[in-house]
Design a protein around this ligand. Structure first.
Ligand code: ASP
Length: 327
């Protein structure tokens, strides 16, 4: 690129990139009809469009990931916001986090029950409080101080599909009469986004209802900075899977630390954590990751992961199953 291009430089090539997920898990192809598939791909596309609109006008990565996650929270298809899974008491407790890489600012909420868009509250924690993570009643009290945070009754998050999943989980639990809230494996459905903006800044966001039939105030990996959500100067990650294992492996940070300390490629780092480190402990799931060059990785070991991406060259796609090659 040393050639003299005339007195007016060409516009800088767009270096933006965006990757989103709508959760990992085992979703048999036969369980999704034509209409379901169409709707899932269309919703992922809408989330990509929302995030990309921000990036295309030179906006910040943190705005882009919030915009993308908002679309997915509003969709009843995914386990975040409307459509969140039920806990053991038949209610919903939502977790979310957002992180901006170059400033290392982060905000998170855990176990909130009336916040329509938990990612918005996580953002408010990051920007409008001196804290990183607020939980339960305290987080709701903080929301009371914010006019821009919409509240809804807890049953607003209900969907029949999630009710069936709870019934099923409780039936299985009775059969096993195990003391565990859930056996973990199955369909997850958390949502997340990672973006690279024109300034070269990276942000990541994750939002979830957690795991079906959870109890005792269980908090998963999504709102824990470094476990399910991470962004730094060169790398960002949003995870989805059996959260306890993501916490125990500091999965999101581990992926970026491998890039930082070992000089691993993003693909190698993400693959190692998702396909070796987590399964070695007995966990499963996936993650989306992105680096400063706009490289994107989307590994998962669960058969499927709802996902979508827009690369720096503008090529984009959405996919669900493993067999769908990444274009
Ligand atoms: N990781 C989430 C949790 O453990 C679940 C998911 O990915 O859907 O709360």
């Amino acid at each position: 690129m040393n050639a003299y291009a005339g007195p007016v430089p060409d516009p800088a090539p767009s270096r933006t990139a965006l990757v989103i997920h709508g959760g990992a898990g085992f979703v048999p192809k036969s369980s999704l009809g034509e209409a379901d598939l169409k709707d899932i791909h269309a919703t992922l596309d809408r989330a990509l469009d929302a995030g990309n609109a921000v990036l295309a006008r030179g906006g910040a990565a943190v705005d882009a990931v919030e915009a993308a996650v908002l679309v997915l929270e509003e969709s009843p298809r995914f386990n975040a916001g409307k459509g969140a899974v039920f806990n053991a008491k038949g209610g919903h407790e939502l977790d979310a986090a957002i992180m901006e890489g170059h400033t290392r600012r982060a905000g998170a909420v855990a176990g909130v029950t009336t916040i329509r868009n938990p990612i918005r509250l996580a953002r408010a924690v990051m920007e409008r409080s001196q804290h990183v993570m607020l939980a339960g009643a305290g987080a709701e009290a903080f929301a009371d101080t914010r006019k821009d945070i919409e509240r809804v009754p807890n049953d607003w998050f209900d969907t029949p599909q999630r009710r069936r999943q709870l019934d099923e989980a409780q039936r299985k639990e009775q059969v096993k009469s195990a003391g565990l809230a859930t056996d973990g494996r199955g369909y997850y459905g958390t949502v997340g986004a990672v973006a690279l903006d024109r300034a070269g800044h990276i942000a990541a966001a994750t939002s979830t209802g957690g795991m079906t039939n959870k109890r005792w105030g269980r908090v998963g990996d999504a709102p824990i900075i470094g476990a399910g959500t991470w962004a730094d100067e060169r790398c960002g990650v949003s995870g989805t899977g059996w959260g306890e294992f993501y916490i125990r492996t500091a999965a999101a940070r581990d992926i970026c630390a491998r890039v930082e300390y070992r000089g691993d490629s993003l693909a190698a780092a993400a693959d190692e954590v998702i396909n070796r480190v987590i399964p070695a402990l007995g966990g499963d799931g996936g993650a989306i990751a992105l680096d400063r060059e706009g490289n994107i990785a989307m590994p998962f070991n669960s058969g499927s992961m709802f996902r979508g991406w827009i690369r720096p060259d503008g090529s984009r796609g959405t996919a669900i199953h493993e067999s769908e090659a990444v274009r």
